[in-house]
Design a binder for this molecule. Structure first.
Ligand SMILES: Cc1cc2nc3c(=O)[nH]c(=O)nc-3n(C[C@H](O)[C@H](O)[C@H](O)COP(=O)(O)O)c2cc1C
Length: 401
């Protein structure tokens, strides 16, 4: 049975949610599930903007068929060719013999790479800024290369002032009836997952996001319709400001995230002492994470949020404790920049994890390491306790600058 939501008189959400998926991209835990959004525009011509993942094909087809009320589907706009949005292109082409697939040169090449379907005479290749008339409105296409993938484009409905934004402005999390941002407590229930989605999926491409923001910045936007998560029909500037900040690698909050790795509990002890020392100095909302027990995607969300990080890790086979190395690898791969970092190292015979962590941070942009670096030789002793307090002083002072 269909389950759709009307977005405007003529635009209908025909997507769905998957709460069974454990790992998005087989990598990122999605305990709250994930939504795959698709939008059907009913005008003199009908146009579907993107499809959905194979896991919800049945629901999606019911939604499309119901909304069309027997009319044919004229166009399928493919804003993004990732399979979680494209699994149903062929099924739609078979069902609607006159359907034309709308994409750019790169989109159409990717369709050919992923699928074996006969596209001859069934495609419409659009270029940057080109318009497609549906009758009472035109759709205008803005390319947003590498706002996840090279073929990505955004589609602007000139009548309704809707921006169909592909993966940009999306979030992990299944939708529970309340489709719109003003029907949910976004800050409480969605922001952390939207940031985690941004950091892990799009975070590497800050300059490309900036370019896309500039491109669509001059448009009158009444709604933003992303491919995952809530639809935005209010507080558009709030969302744009978050994206501007994240893509400039500016921290969202002046706050400390302490991230530690520990086998026997001694590095953990140092991290806890440091957090307590910070609290005694009036620092609030410090977040403490065990890097072995927290999926790295959550840690990435937090490093995008916080201005100050503390990385605490044992030396492991003359290198960095693997779970911490994994976090540092991701931070660097995702181009994280502009953070102030405290370091705590541990080692029982030759501690080198501090120097190794500093070396990775030095390969990143605008990462400043606070002094002192705290060295433990197996466990916290009076001398290292003094240095932990000195690091707490340095962090506190840096937070207030
Ligand atoms: C597999 C393994 C490799 C290690 N390699 C080193 C090393 O190369 N250099 C060193 O000084 N300590 C090394 N250590 C010792 C730990 O770094 C050290 O005991 C540290 O205090 C552990 O901190 P924790 O109590 O927080 O787990 C190693 C320990 C293990 C289990």
């Amino acid at each position: 049975m269909h389950c759709t939501t009307r977005i405007t008189d003529t635009v209908v959400w025909v997507g769905g949610s998957d709460r069974r998926l454990a790992l998005f991209e087989n990598l990122f835990p999605v305990p709250r599930g994930v939504a795959y959004n698709a939008y059907l525009i009913m005008d003199e011509k009908t146009a579907l903007v993107d499809t959905v993942d194979a896991s919800i094909t049945g629901q999606f087809m019911d939604n499309v068929t119901h909304t069309l009320e027997g009319r044919p589907l004229d166009y399928l706009v493919v804003n993004h060719m990732e399979p979680d949005h494209c699994a149903n292109i062929e099924a739609l082409m078979l069902r609607f013999p006159n359907l034309k697939v709308v994409g750019n040169v790169k989109t159409l090449a990717l369709i050919g790479q992923f699928y074996d379907m006969e596209l001859k005479g069934r495609t419409l290749t659009v270029s940057e800024g080109e318009e497609l008339s549906l009758g009472s409105r035109t759709l205008r296409f803005y390319f947003a290369p590498m706002v996840h993938w090279p073929e990505v484009m955004m589609t602007y409905d000139t009548r309704e002032k809707i921006l169909f934004s592909a993966d940009a402005f999306g979030s992990f999390g299944a939708l529970g009836g309340n489709l719109f941002n003003d029907e949910v407590d976004f800050d409480r229930d969605w922001l952390a997952d939207a940031r985690r989605y941004y950091g892990n999926i799009v975070g590497k491409y800050g300059p490309q996001v900036q370019a896309a923001l500039k491109k669509v910045g001059g448009l009158e936007i009444r709604m933003i319709c992303p491919l995952h998560g809530p639809v935005w029909r209010s507080s558009i500037s709030y969302l744009l400001e978050k994206y501007n900040r994240w893509s400039l690698y500016q921290p969202e909050e002046r706050a400390v995230a302490v991230m530690y790795g520990s086998m026997y509990g001694n590095t953990e002890n140092a991290a806890q002492i440091l957090a307590a020392e910070l609290a005694q100095r009036g620092v609030k909302n410090t977040a403490v994470y065990d890097v072995s027990g927290t999926h790295v995607s959550y840690l990435i969300g937090e490093v995008f949020r916080c201005s100050h990080l503390v990385l605490a890790a044992p030396t492991y086979n003359n290198g960095i404790y693997p779970a911490m190395l994994n976090l540092l690898h991701d931070m660097k791969a995702l181009n994280l920049q502009n953070r102030t970092v405290g370091i705590i190292e541990n080692g029982s015979w030759m501690p080198v994890s501090g120097a190794r962590m500093r070396a990775v941070l030095e390969e990143m942009k605008d990462m400043s390491v606070l002094e002192p670096v705290v060295t433990l030789k197996s466990s916290v002793k009076e001398d290292s306790l003094g240095r932990l307090k000195a690091l707490a002083d340095a962090l506190t002072q840096s937070l207030t600058v």
